[in-house]
Design a protein. Structure first.
Lengths: 311, 327, 273
């Protein structure tokens, strides 16, 4: 059952130098119970995707397309409606735990804020609920720690706090933006384990550039390049048999595969080449690749790819 | 708790600052051509009885070597003996204190109101930054700030006192004081224009600072997190944005307050309000060095006090400072 | 009006003021202290702004007075910014004990109030415009050094600068060719806002009688007119010209300063007028 269906999502930003397109006709469907990873390099627009669904983009963003959730198009919903959805139905775990938490409020207060928004817990019940959440997330001595401030916690701890805030209202969908970035290997493994257990029966949209995180948590993966989805499929299949040259390149560039980087650089937003956007860097480009823009097509069971080689 | 080390260091620095200022005033006083007594006598053009002159010499140790004079000077300062004014012939410290009280009649309400208005307007403006209303207000504030204080004062007197005749021309009370003594309501009536003007200036300064602070805060990630939680605009503004935007304001506001306490020179001069500002102007005209130095030292003390107060306040209010690092 | 247009207008106004100050002897019909007519005459063909209480031509006073005002304002600002920039860059670049010591000293000097100190010092030094502007420049640089030092410090720590040092490029070259240009935005804004600040302060100081009474500048003109009762006598031409002159240049500088600040820090942007 489809929980979130994003169709033809295009996002542009208006600036002094003109309009910069960031996302180009994105189609992505997330079914209930699935964990979908959206992978791509830094700056490719993955975070913008998450923010568009939540309607948290800055005022100079121009959004087109639709994002259907619960029979409603989120992109057309009013601000009041969105406030009922955010946190309660769709929750966001922001990037960068260091700055995502309010430095002058205790973490207990910040988690409680989420709870008061969607439950009727107050007073002692509220406190108990906060403690319960903190315990689930593996934070020790919760009664004591909930009185502390964000700067008093390590990166891994803050990540857990952010996850606790997201889980507070038992949302239908959780969007996790780079939950493991900035964490050292040991802590990262802990957080991944934690997320695995906590997200088991939940629907997750995981935004990350880290292939390891995606393979650990996601059932399905979509690959984003230059503002477009270039490949989609079950994570395991995608990682063992990547179809798009970019995906292949990504996998080959990981340490375990031998650190083979993809030559060249991603095009800057708004400066994409005509034809296939990956063509300039593609090792198996054909003649028509530089002039014909490939379309995302079905390429097998539950797989899609945007490449002229499979047409 | 509050970092004792940091506070101790700030107190030592403050002491050092005051010490530097006192040294400076000492040397200026003694480097003036002629000695203190002669200058004093010359500027008064009345002769003091011989006993007074001798008492002066002893009190200031003017017949002793310079180093000793310096120590005596410091000792005197610390005791509240700040010298004698050339033009009034009175001890400087009590004179300044009396005038300070008058200045505070204008400053206290003006500063409190000005800070409040400035912060509220600045927060509102910053929250809507870039919008039409913010634009309009911001530009008005620029113009208000660009016009010098004394010019505002003169124009205010012209429009409100002369043309409209709503308020008195200046001074702190009407002629009737000679008959019936000081009437608080009369004084207040005279104080309205000066207070209004001072409030505006304090407000514009705080407006600008608060607006900048607010704009900086709005760009922070935790505001996005707050919105992502589904909080409405008011909750985001009050619980998250304002609290953080006000923090840097504490320091800046206390600094401002310290500055204004002695700096209301122009308004007091234009309105002939008998406070420190007017005292400064008169002292300047008469080249009354001891008095000017006294005002300078007092201002230094107040600024030091304000900065220390700000330090203590901030270290109490900001959990990052209060609670130290993470465990 | 866009920011560009605003900046251009401000600069044009400033050029006008400068021109008047520079060409004063050619523009002013009479001397500043010459007694040229009967006192308190309203404006007419001979005296563009009328005469004051002793019969001096107000227009000429205005023109000559601009020299004092501008010299003080811009002179003090120039000196203050020059000292702040040099000191800030040197401290930020070299760091080390010198930086620490100087910062401690600056920390100690922070609470010292400049305005009363200036008054005390000028009482002692017997104020000429140039002397006072020098003193003001030096005193004003105390706060400015911190402002420049911060970005200079972070610039000095960039890999680029470290690399240049490692290669053996001479320090002076690094500081002037690499660090200074990057700081120009901050320095420019500081200069413009400082000019406005000191200029207005200069007029204010003159208003309360800092200079000796023979100096004719806008502040003393306003003070003279006000204390002689220009308002009560309704003699607007006596008091308005110098006042409006100050307001004019102050506004031009303030708007220029904000436009520049906006240009360099887009987040403070207040789009259009």
């Amino acid at each position: 059952m489809s929980l979130l269906a994003v169709s033809n999502l295009s996002v542009q930003f208006e600036g002094r130098a003109g309009t910069v397109p960031v996302l180009d006709h994105i189609n992505l469907e997330i079914n209930a119970g699935e964990q979908v990873a959206l992978i791509g390099e830094s700056g490719c627009g993955k975070t913008v995707f998450g923010m568009s669904v939540m309607r948290l983009l800055p005022s100079n963003a121009r959004v087109a397309g639709s994002a259907l959730y619960g029979g409603r198009d989120l992109l057309l919903a009013s601000e009041q409606e969105m406030q009922q959805i955010r946190g309660k139905k769709i929750a966001l775990i922001s990037q960068n735990s260091a700055s995502a938490l309010n430095p002058v409020l205790t973490i207990g207060d910040q988690i409680a804020e989420s709870l008061t928004h969607c439950t009727s817990y107050r007073g002692e019940d509220l406190k108990r609920e906060v403690v319960r959440l903190l315990t689930i997330l593996g934070i020790e001595r919760p009664e004591e720690n909930m009185q502390k401030y964000p700067h008093q916690f390590s990166g891994g701890m803050r990540e857990r706090i952010l996850i606790a805030m997201a889980l507070a209202c038992n949302p239908d969908l959780i969007i996790a933006d780079e939950p493991t970035s900035g964490l050292d290997a040991l802590v990262k493994a802990q957080i991944l384990r934690l997320l695995r257990s906590v997200m088991q029966d939940r629907t997750l949209l995981l935004i990350t550039h880290d292939l390891g995180t995606a393979s650990a948590l996601a059932s399905h993966t979509a690959v984003l390049y230059a503002g477009e989805i270039v490949e989609y499929g079950p994570t395991h299949d995608l990682f063992t048999l990547p179809m798009h040259p970019y995906t292949q390149g990504l996998l080959a560039s990981s340490p375990s595969a031998g650190f083979h980087p993809i030559p060249g650089m991603s095009p800057a937003p708004g400066q994409v080449p005509p034809g296939c956007r990956f063509c300039p860097r593609c090792s198996c480009a054909m003649e028509k690749c530089s002039s014909t823009h490939p379309v995302l097509k079905i390429a097998g069971k539950d797989r899609q790819v945007r490449c002229l080689r499979y047409d | 708790m509050i970092d004792g080390h940091y506070l101790l260091r700030r107190i030592c620095y403050s002491g050092a600052a005051f010490f530097v200022c006192v040294t400076l005033t000492f040397f200026i006083l003694h480097l003036m051509p002629g000695d203190y007594i002669t200058n004093y006598l010359l500027s008064l053009s009345n002769t003091l009885p011989q006993e007074a002159v001798i008492q002066f010499y002893h009190q200031y140790g003017l017949d002793r070597p310079l180093a000793e004079q310096y120590l005596i000077y410091i000792f005197n300062i610390l005791q509240g003996q700040w010298g004698y004014s050339y033009q009034y012939g009175l001890p400087v410290f009590p004179l300044i204190m009396k005038k300070l009280a008058w200045s505070l009649v204008i400053l206290l309400p003006a500063v409190l109101l000005g800070i409040l208005i400035g912060i509220l307007l600045g927060a509102w403006s910053g929250w809507r930054s870039g919008g039409k209303k913010d634009l309009a207000l911001f530009n008005i504030m620029i113009v208000v700030r660009a016009i010098p204080e004394f010019w505002w004062a003169i124009m205010a007197v012209w429009v409100f006192a002369f043309c409209l005749q709503w308020f008195p021309l200046g001074g702190f009370s009407s002629i009737s004081v000679l008959d019936s003594g000081l009437d608080p309501r009369d004084v207040l009536y005279h104080a309205i224009l000066p207070i209004g003007l001072t409030t505006s200036f304090v407000a514009t300064g705080n407006y600008y600072l608060m607006r900048n602070s607010m704009i900086a805060v709005i760009g922070e990630d935790y505001i996005t997190t707050a919105r992502a939680k589904g909080l409405d605009e008011r909750a985001v503004l009050w619980r998250h944005a304002l609290k953080n935007a006000l923090l840097p304001m504490v320091t800046m506001t206390t600094f401002q307050v310290a500055g204004i306490i002695m700096g209301n020179v122009f308004i007091e001069t234009v309105f002939s309000w008998p406070g420190i500002g007017l005292l400064t102007t008169d002292a300047l005209r008469m080249r009354d060095l001891p008095l000017l130095e006294g005002i300078f030292l007092l201002d230094t003390l107040m600024t030091i006090g304000a900065m220390l107060a700000a330090d203590i306040l901030v270290s109490y209010l900001d959990p990052r400072i209060r609670m130290g690092g993470h465990d | 009006m866009t920011r560009q247009a605003l900046l251009r207008v401000s600069v044009a106004i400033l050029c006008l003021y400068f021109a008047v100050a520079l060409l004063a002897p050619f523009i002013a019909p009479y001397g500043a202290t010459e007694i040229v007519g009967s006192p308190l005459q309203p404006p007419d063909r001979e005296h563009l702004f009328g005469t004051n209480e002793v019969g001096q031509d107000i227009f000429s006073q205005l023109v000559y007075g601009s020299q004092v005002t501008l010299i003080f304002g811009f002179g003090a600002a120039l000196l203050s910014v020059a000292i702040s920039t040099c000191a800030g860059i040197v401290l930020g670049y070299y760091g080390g004990t010198v930086d620490e010591v100087v910062c401690r000293i600056l920390d100690i000097l922070m609470p010292v109030p400049i305005f009363p100190l200036l008054i005390v010092l000028t009482t002692f030094f017997n104020p000429g415009v140039v002397q006072v502007s020098i003193i003001m420049g030096v005193l004003g640089s105390i706060h400015g050094i911190r402002l420049i030092r911060a970005p200079a410090l972070s610039l000095a720590e960039t890999p680029f600068i470290e690399g240049a040092r490692a290669v053996g490029a001479p320090d002076l070259r690094i500081m002037s060719r690499h660090i200074l240009p990057n700081l120009m935005p901050v320095v420019t804004v500081k200069f413009v806002t400082a000019s406005q600040h000191y200029l207005v302060m200069g007029v204010g100081l003159s208003f309360i009688g800092l200079w000796d009474t023979m100096t004719v500048d806008w502040g003393s003109m306003i003070q003279n007119a006000y204390s002689s009762g220009a308002l009560s006598l309704g003699l607007w031409w006596w008091i308005l010209p110098p006042g409006l002159a100050v307001v004019g240049i102050s506004l031009a500088l303030a708007l220029a300063g904000y436009s520049l600040e906006e240009a360099f820090n887009p987040r403070l942007e207040v789009n259009r007028i």
